[in-house]
Design a protein around this ligand. Sequence first.
Ligand code: CU
Length: 124
Amino acid sequence: MFYRITIFLSILTLSVIFLTGCGDVEAVQVSDDGTIDIVLDEWNITPKNIKVKKGQTVTFNVKNEGETNHNYTIQTLKGTSNIARRGVSEKLIVTFEKTRKYKVHCSIKGHAAKGQVGQIIVEE
Ligand SMILES: [Cu+2]
């Protein structure tokens, strides 16, 4: 019995090391129609990282699937979805004019620190 638990814990530890060791999460390319679904929960933004083409107008369909309130804020741009309650969706439409990276987060106090962060990468 103890042996079995030890094996289980070893596999669990290896999985955690593997998953966290991967570091940067692959960025999801926004499709040509410019729409992307964003899911918020405790304490994630999914997909975390997004790639956008320069000049592209993107419609973010932001859905809160968490237990508490969340929003989707693009830092340094005037892009913030309304604070959404559980089960509520908000649309956020933004045109990306410059090639650069934008940090995104949930602007509710303490949520970014718990991991509700991500990135938008604007490319040529
Ligand atoms: Cu939040």
